[in-house]
Design a protein around this ligand. Structure first.
Ligand code: CA
Length: 457
């Protein structure tokens, strides 16, 4: 499928990137009609959250068809968050293509860019966890309330506008975020007893990571148990299947309008989520099955079937959409186009990925190694992701890895400078990191304490 479009869009991408056009086409990008774009941004979807991404339990037949024909970024991340609601900076970074860590540089947003490029655009999504002022720049900006409502909004938009202009369709539903609101018929699809515990399951997190009692972490009692965690996973998968059915309706409308094969699809999650890994439940940590690691798939005209371990940021979606549609990329972005990786012209666009959570966690990873630093408790973890993808074997205490830790710490400091992150990696008088659930009020920083008081009031 999409074969007939392959040459055209590769030529478009090549033109935008100043790459040699492989198919010998010298057509000017501006003369080519743009494909439509359909961005599905699920809320809290884990990097293995779809069947075709390697999860044998969850049923997602509609999205699977795309993923099976598409190009998967296995190592994609949202950069981080200065608040427990990781969604907000994540969605803002998609709109700006810039790091949340420094003041926003003046550059058009994604919404402004697609508008200027001649797309008819709609965002239908959850309100409240998004940069609302920026999202207003889409031609239509709606809250459909449910996944079904969002699909209705987008289907109506397709029916009104297909063929008149290229379409930019952005669906940002609540699913599969908790609490789950899928219709009741979805819940019997998953029996907790059939769901395996995550590989890195622990009843408790072994130390205080600086955010032990946040809202997400309190959605199940402690200790975490097989029953409680698999029950939560069952609800999460039911919600994912509900979303998949609604996405299937959008695909149907695009097919009916004769536009499906002329649409670039991007399927992603706004942030990751622990569901029992390391004793955690939220997105307020930097583990691989934690807050920042997300699914990211591109499919459609010009996009070959394949996958890569190239390190990507979620904000890269913005310039990548530009390249895949022959739209100029605005100057001043931190994000990088992934089009060269998709086109097989480059194996990577960056050597390392830096992630951050408030002032309490910082991490850096390269193709193999990952270091997580907890400045407030003077703790470092080191994982060999190649041999330990679930981060179950912390190598930081071993003398033979001292040089590796030095190298990665230097790389982390370099990334902090690059993105203007002033968070110290070493603090005076670090706290005791010991933690157990018997301690009712674990240590929280002054800012978190204020947030907590605000929530109570
Ligand atoms: Ca989220």
């Amino acid at each position: 499928m999409h074969r007939r479009h392959f040459t055209m869009v590769l030529a478009l991408a090549a033109g935008a990137l100043n790459l040699p056009a492989t198919a010998g086409s010298a057509a000017a990008p501006a003369a080519q009609p743009k494909p439509n774009v359909c961005l599905i941004l699920a809320d809290d979807l884990r990097p293995d959250g779809l069947h075709a991404l390697g999860n044998s339990v969850v049923k997602t037949p509609h999205l699977d068809k795309l993923v099976q024909q598409g190009f998967i970024f296995r190592c994609a991340y949202t950069q981080g968050s200065n608040v427990p609601a990781v969604c907000v900076p994540s969605r803002t970074m998609i709109q700006t293509g810039q790091s949340y860590l420094h003041a926003r540089r003046s550059a058009p947003t994604l919404a402004q860019t697609v508008k200027a490029a001649g797309f008819a655009s709609i965002r239908s999504g959850k309100f409240g966890n998004n940069p609302n002022e920026m999202d207003k720049d889409f031609d239509r900006h709606l809250d459909g309330q449910t996944a079904e409502g969002h699909a209705d909004n987008i289907i109506a938009f397709i029916q009104e506008n297909a063929g008149k202009k290229p379409l930019f369709l952005y669906m940002a539903p609540h699913e599969p975020h908790d609490p789950q609101y899928a219709p009741s018929r979805y819940y019997p699809m998953y029996k907790p007893e059939d769901i395996p515990l995550p590989a890195a399951f622990l009843p408790y997190h072994p130390f205080n990571n600086g955010e032990m009692m946040v809202r997400d972490e309190n959605t199940l009692p402690r200790p975490r148990t097989k029953e409680s965690v698999t029950g939560k996973l069952a609800r999460y998968y039911a919600s994912t299947s509900y979303l998949d059915d609604q996405v299937g309706r959008i695909f149907g409308a695009l097919k009916q309008a004769g536009q499906f094969d002329n649409t670039v699809f991007i399927v992603a999650g706004d942030n990751g989520l622990s569901l029992g890994e390391h004793g955690l439940l939220g997105k307020q940590n930097l583990y691989e099955f934690g807050g920042m690691h997300v699914p990211l798939v591109f499919a459609g005209p010009g996009i070959p079937k394949g996958e890569t371990a190239a390190l990507a940021y979620l904000m890269d979606i913005f310039p990548t959409i530009c390249d895949l549609t022959g739209t100029p990329i605005p100057a001043g972005l931190d994000a990088k186009s992934l089009a060269p990786v998709i086109a097989g012209k480059a194996s990577k666009v960056r050597a390392c990925v830096f992630t951050a959570y408030r002032h309490v966690q910082r991490a850096i990873r390269d193709d193999r190694w990952k270091l997580i630093r907890y400045p407030q408790i003077d703790k470092t973890q080191l994982f060999d992701l190649q041999n330990d993808p679930h981060e179950m074997n912390d190598l930081a205490g071993k003398a033979e890895f001292a040089d590796r830790i030095k190298e990665l710490t230097a790389l982390l400091e370099k990334s902090q400078k690059e993105y203007g992150d002033g968070c110290p990696l070493v603090v005076a008088n670090p706290r005791n990191g010991a933690w157990s659930p018997e301690v009712k009020e674990p240590w929280v920083g002054p800012k978190a304490k204020r947030e907590k008081q605000k929530k109570r009031s």
